[in-house]
Ligand binder design. Structure first.
Ligand SMILES: Nc1ncnc2c1ncn2[C@@H]1O[C@H](COP(=O)(O)OP(=O)(O)OP(=O)(O)O)[C@@H](O)[C@H]1O
Ligand SMILES: [Mg+2]
Length: 283
């Protein structure tokens, strides 16, 4: 199996916005104080801390981690929306920073808070998206109907305002929009968060079908450990921006023993491997 995505030692920090100060403007920058980039301030948030992994072609790769552990930042870095401070990322051989245009052509993202023109229909929203990709309209309309019906949207809903649709249906439209550009790699940021169990299963089925029938390589984040266990071929667990474990769900479960008499779940693994620093700080 070939390597679809290579993430190599990627590091990203965010500076806290502060008020402007002339004094600080002319103060020489601190350097060589042992931190990665020499001038990490206490107020800086290290969102992604030297993360490395490889996603194989056709695999569903899960990224799990507590709130604020850097999952969405990683996705935004991979989709060229943010620049890393250091490290490099490759998507099917293309450098995400140096060849961002080539990467944008083969990667797409479904954000956790996908936004639409709610008064417009899925068709109108997707046509708008298609225009941004410079797609010809005649053929595109046919393709939109094809994708939406493949994702299980009933024909009549394709032309009704988005605001009348359930969140599950809207999420499918978000996935459909991402599929318009025929991405080889799809980044799914919490695609099932906030969905009822039935909608959740429908979206999960779509994700599985994309892998099994269409060979799409996917990175998926979720807070649903059962979902990660069922869907993901391999999983990386992030904690405070660092990868603390990476393997198949099966192998990860073998790492951890629980005392509750039940079989170890991915949730047990999550509880064991994340929030350690917090526990230490409390002690
Ligand atoms: N644009 C930004 N400016 C400043 N800080 C940011 C920005 N985006 C993210 N952060 C910070 O980076 C850290 C990682 O955030 P991120 O959104 O990647 O976490 P996450 O794992 O996706 O969390 P969640 O599970 O809540 O979605 C957090 O501390 C967050 O506050
Ligand atoms: Mg997030």
């Amino acid at each position: 199996m070939s390597q679809a995505v290579i993430i190599n030692d990627v590091y990203k920090k965010f500076g806290k916005p502060s008020t402007f100060s002339w004094k600080r403007m002319f103060k020489p920058k601190a350097n060589g104080n042992g931190t990665k980039n020499g001038n990490d301030k206490k107020t800086d948030v290290i969102a992604v801390d030297n993360v490395s992994f490889v996603i194989r072609e056709g695999e569903i790769f899960g990224v799990l981690g507590p709130n604020g552990s850097g999952k969405s930042t990683l996705i935004r870095l991979m989709s060229t929306l943010l620049l890393p401070d250091s490290g490099d990322m490759k998507v099917f051989g293309h450098d995400v920073v140096k060849e961002s245009f080539a990467v944008q052509k083969i990667i797409n993202r479904v954000s956790v808070d996908a936004s639409f023109f709610k008064k417009l229909s899925p068709m109108e929203n997707l046509m708008y998206g298609a225009r941004l990709y410079g797609m010809a309209s005649g053929e595109t309309k046919k393709r939109i109907v094809e994708i939406l019906t493949r994702l299980g949207l009933e024909k009549h809903t394709i032309y009704q305002p988005m605001e009348k649709m359930s969140r599950g249906m809207q999420q499918k439209v978000a996935i459909a929009r991402a599929l318009l550009s025929k991405p080889k790699v799809l980044l799914l940021d919490e695609p099932t968060t906030g969905l009822d169990p039935r909608s959740k299963r429908e979206v999960q089925a779509v994700v599985e079908e994309l892998r099994d029938k269409h060979g799409v390589t996917m990175l998926l984040t979720t807070h649903d450990m059962v979902e990660a266990d069922v869907l993901c071929d391999r999983v990386a667990i992030l904690d405070k921006g660092k990868v603390v474990a990476m393997d198949t769900p099966e192998s990860l479960k073998k790492l951890v023993h629980n005392n509750n008499g039940h079989e170890t779940s991915l949730e047990d693994v999550f509880m064991e491997l994340t929030g350690r620093q917090l526990k230490e700080e409390e002690e």
